[in-house]
Design a binder for this molecule. Structure first.
Ligand code: PFF
Length: 450
């Protein structure tokens, strides 16, 4: 059998996993949610959600992946041969490919915005920012070209393999990403009037922390750590046997949280300094911020261009390191289960996600009238994945690790044969077996009824 690729060091594992976790979710959703649901009060709940709910699911996926030493389908097949569990593995091959298709469209927007910033198109009194976003995403060709570039870049990295491609890329870009966001924080908090933005993020306001806010914290922890879609499982299958799974999980969660908070301090103080009401989603990142950067830099145009370049480079890098993890899940499946050579596997997944992505992109323009259950194609796929497939996948992974695998196997994998984390195991196992599945049900039901 062909030898499997694996990550070279603990640093490489954490950078690759943090690369998957840190993405658009940290930049546009987290800062807004913090402000909306009670500032520091929300952060406390988010911390609990990350460490009590999301981390156990992370460990469940890690244990399955490293024990199975295969893609999602193969790992489940190996650990529970002849049962229906392999179909759960197959489901979690499909969901990241679907996410990749629409994530790549947004990744494409960041490519376009980076080019525009480099060309100084968002700088100076004549900058055409107002209305640009709406015109751009509803046009036919430009966003498709940008989407093609983004998915092409993703494919090129995945094509180079786990060690030479994913490891090398994330080991270099993730530290750079942290530097970029720190530069942005310094700029943002130095603006006159930024204190209100800082207060928006840190002032605890327990009255704003509603049941909806708690559910939002759980859902965000889930999306942000890329749980339930087989990326953690697949990456863990490349982790060496003597690596401590506790460190890779905690390292990833802490980096993800730290980056989300930094992103909040990079964005909100600038938004408040400009006297604009904060909003979430594409509008905040692609409409409000270029406008703010330009307005702030009237006196020093090159500075405003530089800030815009750094900002869109940050988004592009964060999106790329997430997209490669989504693509790797399907590539691992095709090459390990179907014997498809890696190059062709990358090509098939890319072509599929590219085609679905084109439909998503057109759903902002010529296909905006096409509705699935009342949503445009883009929104439908996003809702299907975020509200359904992610929690479902996470739920099934915890059931598998908590109830299907033997306690002895989970113990062996989590403690590296009884040599590490032994005292912690009881708590982690309880969380995997009872707390996490119940927690996910709460997220599920709250998405349905709130
Ligand atoms: N965690 C990523 C973010 O916060 O943007 C999103 C994500 C990445 C979801 C990878 C799913 C996935 F497989």
């Amino acid at each position: 059998m062909r030898e499997r690729d694996h990550f070279g060091s603990r640093f490489a594992v954490i950078m690759a996993m943090a690369g998957s976790a840190i993405g658009l979710g940290n930049i546009w959703r987290f800062p807004y949610m913090v402000g909306e649901y009670g500032g520091a009060a929300f952060i406390v709940v988010y911390l609990l959600a990350c460490f009590a709910l999301a981390l156990p699911i992370f460990f469940a996926e890690s244990v399955i992946g490293r024990r199975g030493r295969s893609d999602t389908f193969g790992s489940m097949q190996k650990l529970a041969p002849g049962t229906g569990w392999r179909w759960v593995g197959l489901l979690t091959v499909l969901s990241p490919i679907i996410i990749l298709s629409y994530y790549s469209v947004v990744g494409g927007w960041s490519v376009e915005y980076l080019f525009k910033s480099l060309a100084f198109d968002f700088t100076g009194p004549e900058a055409q920012i107002e209305g640009f976003f709406g015109r751009f995403i509803s046009s036919v060709w430009e966003p498709i070209v940008a989407h093609t570039l983004f998915i092409g870049l993703t494919a090129a990295i995945v094509l180079c393999g786990v060690k030479k491609g994913i490891e090398t890329f994330t080991k270099i870009t993730m530290p750079v990403l942290f530097v970029l966001v720190v530069v942005l924080v310094c700029y943002s908090v130095s603006l006159p009037g930024s204190e209100k933005g800082v207060a928006y993020l840190v002032k605890p306001n327990f009255s704003k922390l509603t049941a909806e806010g708690v559910a939002a914290a759980l859902g965000q922890a889930f999306f942000s750590l890329s749980l339930g879609v087989g990326t953690v499982l697949t990456y863990s299958s490349y982790v060496k046997a003597d690596e401590n799974l506790l460190y890779s999980g905690v390292g990833t969660a802490v980096s993800d949280l730290f980056f989300a908070i930094l992103a909040g301090f990079a964005i909100m103080p600038a938004v408040f300094a400009a006297g604009i009401a904060p909003g979430a989603g594409p509008g905040l990142v692609f409409e409000t911020l270029p406008f703010i950067f330009n307005r702030m830099g009237v006196a020093i145009p090159w500075l405003s261009a530089l800030v815009a370049i750094v900002f869109f480079l940050t988004i592009l890098t964060a999106a790329l390191t997430s997209a490669i993890s989504m693509m790797e899940v399907g590539v691992a499946y095709l090459s390990e289960e179907k014997g498809v050579p890696r190059t062709r596997a990358v090509l098939y997944i890319t072509l599929f996600a590219w085609t679905v992505g084109i439909l998503c992109s057109l759903s902002f323009g010529p296909l905006s009238h096409v509705h699935l259950l009342g949503c445009t194609i883009f929104d439908f796929l996003d809702k299907l994945c975020s509200n359904w497939l992610l929690p479902l996948g996470g739920f099934l992974f915890t059931l598998f690790a908590g109830w299907k695998m033997s306690r002895a196997d989970v113990f062996d994998e989590f403690t590296n044969g009884g040599t590490r984390n032994v005292r912690l195991f009881g708590v982690v196992y309880f969380l995997i077996r009872y707390f996490a599945p119940v927690g996910i049900l709460v997220v599920f039901l709250s998405a349905l009824f709130l």
